[in-house]
Design a protein around this ligand. Structure first.
Ligand code: ADP
Ligand code: ZN
Ligand code: ZN
Length: 723
C-alpha cells in the first residue's frame, strides 16, 4: 500500500481533533492557510494544522487551497491553540471564530488594493532548466516575466497560475509581492494635539510603561476620572513613533463613542474599530488593515483579541473588570486573559486598566505578578463625592424615590445642572400580581416573572422572547384588582416627568433600539441643559457627562446579598462605576437608596475604598478555595426535563476524579428553567490548574461516550463568571 501525502485540517465542527485529507500538490500549504474539504455531504472551509503521510485507503482529498499565505499567522495560531487547550474547545471552532465572517465563507484574504506579484532581481535571471522538474512553477515564472509591472492575485487566478507555485517561487527568493510604486509619504507629526500636562501619578505610570522592556503585565488601578485614558495615550506615543501598532480592548464600542474619539483626536495615525456594528465587508477590511500594518491603533470589543497584527507594540485592556470581556456562549473565552497570553507570546507590555479591578487581577498585582500602577485622585481638581447611603425601607412601589432623593433632584436641576437616576431594570415594573388571590404573571418558559412594559402595554420576559398583552382581569380568580410591584426605568421616567419641569432622558435597551437613538440621546445630554437622565448600566460605562452633579442609585441590594460568590464584587464594581459618573466637574453628590443600609459589604463599597472591600472578599474566597485561590470549571447541561439533565450529570459525577479535584453537584442551575429548557450543573473545583484540566479532559471524553448526553445539550465553562 503506497503512502500518500496528507494534510491535517482543523474544521469548524464540535468534535475534538483534526481531520486527515489527501493532498496531491507538491508543496503543502503552511499552517494557518484555509482549504476547502468535503465533510459528510457538505463542503467545509477548514484551516491547515499540519501535514503528514497516510496509507489509510478511504481518505478524501482536499478540494481547494484558498490561501498562499496563512490567513492566521503563526503567532495568532499559537494563541488559538493555547485557547483551545485551556478552554477545552475544538481547535477548528476556535480558528473559525478568529476569522472574519467573509473569510469563513471563503473570500479572498487580500486587501482590496491588493499587492502585486513581481519577479525579484534574482528571479529575473533564473534559467528555465532550473525549473525543469516543476512545470507549474515554470509556468508561473514565465507569466511573471511577461508582466514586468506585476500581477494582482485576481489576474494571476484568471491566468490560471497556481498559488502554490507562486509561494514556491517566493520561498526560493525569485518572486515577491509588493505594492504599486507610490511616492514615499513625507514624515508626519504623530500628535494631532498636544498631550495634557500629566500629574505626578500619571507621570510615574507613563514612565513605567514606556520603560517596560518585553512582556510586562501592568494593572493601572485608577479611580474613575483619574486620567487612565491620558496614561494610555501618552504610553502609546513612543510605541506609535517606533512604527508599531497598539491594540485596545474596550467593553462596548457602541456605548462609548467618546473613547474612540479621544484616540482619533490625539494621533494622526489610522485608527480602526472592530466590533459587531460593522458590516462584514468593513470588518474584513479593518482586519486586513491590521494584518497588513496600515492600521496603527485598533480599538475593539473582546473578539478583537484575535486580530492579526503586522507589528504589535502594546496591548491595552480598558475597563478590564468588565464582564463583557468573557464570552458567555459557544467558545467561552476571557479576552482579558487572552490579552495577557498574547502579550507574553509577543514579548510586549499589556495594560489592564480599571477603577474596580477584578479580584483575580488585583490578586495578581498584590502577589507581584502584575505591576501595579495607581492613580488615586481625580485628574481635574474636583473632589470625589462620597456615597451617602439612604434607608429606603419606607419607599413604596408607587413612589420608589425617597423624599431626600426627590429634593436633591429638584435642587440639582434648579441649579442648572444634570442628574442621573440609575436603576438596573428596564420596563415599568418587574412584576404584576392579583391583589385578591396573589396570582403573579410568570413566563411559562422560564423561572422568571414577566416585566410590565407600559409603553406598549405588554408583559415581557427578559430571559427569553416570550411576551403577551397585559390581562385586564386575573386569569385565576377574575378579579380586576391587578397591581404592579417594584420599579423599572419606564416608571421612574414617568414619575420624574410629573415631578420636575426639566426634560427626562431615558437610556436603556428599549429606548435606544433604533439605530442612532443612543447617539441622539447622548447629544442631548452633552448639550448641557438641565435634565434628568434615567438609565440602566448602559449609562455606567465610560461616558463623560460634564454637567452631571447628582447621581441617585436604586435597587442595588440584590448583588450584595447574592448567593453567587461574585455577587458582591460585581455589585461594588457597578456601584462605583455609576457613582463615578458624577463629580467630573465640580463636586457632585451620590445617593444610594438601600433596604439594607447597614449591610457591611455595601457600607464598605459605599465608603469608596474598593481596595479594602477587595481585601475582605479575597479573604473569604481564600477560605472557601474560590478564585483566585482555587480554580473552577462548570459543566452545564440543558434538557427537556430536569430529570434528564440531572441524570446525565449524575452519571458523569460517578467518575473518580484525580487527586485534588472536587466535584460538586449536580444541582439545578440558579434559574432552573429558561426558554423552555431545564438546566443543571456540575462544578469542578481544584487548588491547582493541571489536575483540573486533566479532570476536564476525562469528563469530556466520558460525556461524549454516554448515551444520555445525546438527549441534552451540554458544555464546559472554564473559569465561569456567572454560576
Ligand atoms: P478615567 O479613564 O480614569 O476615568 P479619563 O482619562 O477619562 O479618566 O480622565 C477624566 C478627565 O480628566 C478627562 O476629561 C480628561 O481629559 C481629564 N484629564 C486627564 N488627565 C488630565 C491631566 N493631566 N490634566 C488635566 N485634565 C486631565
Ligand atoms: Zn386573582
Ligand atoms: Zn421567559
Amino acid at each position: 500500500m503506497p503512502t500518500k501525502s496528507t494534510l491535517q485540517i482543523a474544521l469548524p465542527v464540535p468534535l475534538p481533533g483534526c481531520f486527515d485529507y489527501l493532498y496531491a500538490g507538491d508543496i503543502p500549504p503552511a499552517q494557518g492557510s484555509r482549504v476547502q474539504v468535503p465533510f459528510g455531504r457538505r463542503t467545509l472551509i477548514g484551516v491547515v494544522h499540519g501535514h503528514g503521510q497516510s496509507d489509510y485507503p478511504k481518505l478524501k482529498a482536499v478540494k481547494a487551497v484558498l490561501d498562499i499565505e496563512p490567513v492566521i499567522p503563526a503567532e495568532l495560531y499559537a494563541l488559538c491553540e493555547r485557547a483551545a487547550r485551556y478552554y477545552h474547545h475544538p481547535l477548528g471552532e476556535v480558528l473559525n471564530y478568529a476569522l472574519p465572517g467573509l473569510l469563513r465563507q471563503g473570500q479572498d484574504a487580500q486587501a482590496r488594493q491588493a499587492l502585486r506579484w513581481h519577479l525579484t532581481e534574482r528571479g529575473q535571471h533564473v534559467s528555465d532548466d532550473q525549473l525543469g522538474r516543476a512545470p507549474r512553477q515554470l509556468e508561473a515564472l514565465t507569466v511573471l516575466r511577461e508582466h514586468p509591472k506585476g500581477l494582482s492575485p485576481p489576474m494571476l487566478a484568471a491566468l490560471d497560475v497556481s498559488s502554490q507555485a507562486l509561494a514556491a517561487l517566493r520561498d526560493k527568493g525569485w518572486a515577491e509581492q509588493r505594492e504599486e510604486q507610490t511616492a514615499p509619504s513625507s514624515p508626519r507629526e504623530l500628535l494631532a494635539e498636544t498631550h495634557l500636562p500629566a500629574n505626578a501619578e500619571q507621570r510615574r505610570a507613563i514612565a513605567a510603561i514606556r520603560d517596560a522592556d518585553g512582556f510586562v503585565p501592568f494593572l493601572l488601578d485608577g479611580i474613575t476620572g483619574s486620567g487612565k485614558t491620558e496614561v494610555y495615550l501618552q504610553a502609546m506615543a513612543p510605541v506609535l513613533e517606533a512604527g508599531k501598532q497598539v491594540l485596545v480592548l474596550v467593553p462596548e464600542i457602541g456605548l462609548t463613542p467618546q473613547t474612540v474619539q479621544r484616540f482619533r483626536q490625539r494621533f494622526t495615525v489610522p485608527v480602526i474599530t472592530l466590533h459587531s456594528g460593522l458590516t462584514d465587508r468593513e470588518r474584513l477590511d479593518n482586519w486586513l488593515a491590521a494584518r497588513d500594518g496600515q492600521a496603527r491603533i485598533l480599538i475593539g470589543t473582546r473578539s478583537a483579541i484575535f486580530t492579526p497584527l503586522a507589528n504589535p507594540g502594546l496591548i491595552i485592556v480598558d475597563e478590564a473588570h468588565d464582564g463583557s470581556l468573557k464570552q458567555q456562549d459557544g467558545f467561552r473565552y476571557h479576552a482579558r486573559d487572552l490579552a495577557t497570553w498574547r502579550a507574553q507570546q509577543l514579548a510586549i507590555p499589556v495594560i489592564h486598566g480599571s477603577a474596580t479591578p477584578a479580584l483575580e487581577t488585583l490578586h495578581l498585582a498584590r502577589t507581584g505578578r502584575y505591576r501595579e500602577l495607581r492613580l488615586s485622585h481625580q485628574a481635574s481638581d474636583s473632589r470625589r463625592p462620597a456615597i451617602e447611603v439612604l434607608d429606603a425601607r419606607s419607599a413604596s412601589p408607587a413612589q420608589p424615590l425617597l423624599p431626600t432623593s426627590l429634593q436633591a433632584l429638584r435642587d440639582c436641576v434648579a441649579a442648572g445642572k444634570q442628574a442621573l437616576v440609575f436603576i438596573n431594570r428596564r420596563g415599568y415594573a418587574p412584576m404584576i400580581l392579583c391583589q385578591d388571590c396573589g396570582w403573579q404573571a410568570e413566563c411559562p418558559r422560564c423561572d422568571s416573572f414577566f416585566t410590565w412594559h407600559r409603553s406598549d402595554n405588554s408583559l415581557r420576559c427578559h430571559h427569553c422572547d416570550s411576551h403577551r398583552r397585559v390581562p385586564s382581569r386575573c386569569p385565576d380568580c377574575g378579579s380586576a384588582a391587578i397591581q404592579e410591584a417594584g420599579s423599572g426605568t419606564e416608571k421612574l421616567e414617568s414619575l420624574l416627568n410629573d415631578a420636575l419641569e426639566v426634560p427626562v432622558i431615558r437610556i436603556d435597551r428599549d429606548a435606544t433600539r433604533r439605530k442612532g437613538a443612543l447617539d441622539a440621546q447622548l447629544a442631548r445630554i452633552q448639550a448641557g441643559d438641565p435634565a434628568v437622565l434615567v438609565g440602566t448600566q448602559m449609562l455606567a460605562k465610560g461616558h463623560h457627562f460634564p454637567k452631571l452633579a447628582l447621581v441617585v442609585i436604586l435597587d442595588m441590594d440584590a448583588g450584595f446579598l447574592s448567593a453567587d460568590f461574585r455577587g458582591p464584587e460585581q455589585a461594588a464594581q457597578l456601584l462605583l462605576q455609576v457613582a463615578g459618573r458624577s463629580g467630573r466637574e465640580g463636586a457632585g453628590r451620590v445617593l444610594l437608596q438601600s433596604r439594607h443600609p447597614d449591610h457591611p459589604l455595601l457600607q464598605q463599597a459605599a465608603s469608596g475604598d474598593y481596595g479594602a472591600l477587595a481585601t475582605t472578599l479575597l479573604a473569604d474566597r481564600q477560605l472557601a478555595g474560590l478564585p483566585p485561590f482555587g480554580h473552577l470549571a462548570l459543566m452545564r447541561c440543558e434538557a427537556m426535563t430536569l430529570g434528564k439533565a440531572m441524570d446525565f450529570l449524575q452519571q458523569l459525577s460517578n467518575m473518580t476524579m484525580p487527586e485534588g479535584v472536587h466535584l460538586l453537584g449536580p444541582v439545578p442551575a440558579p434559574m432552573e428553567k429558561r426558554a423552555g429548557r431545564f438546566r443543571a450543573q456540575l462544578l469542578l473545583q481544584a487548588d491547582q490548574r493541571p489536575p483540573l484540566h486533566g479532570a476536564i479532559d476525562a469528563l469530556l471524553e466520558q460525556a461524549r461516550a454516554l448515551p444520555a448526553g445525546r438527549q441534552c445539550r451540554w458544555h464546559i465553562d472554564v473559569d465561569p463568571i456567572d454560576m
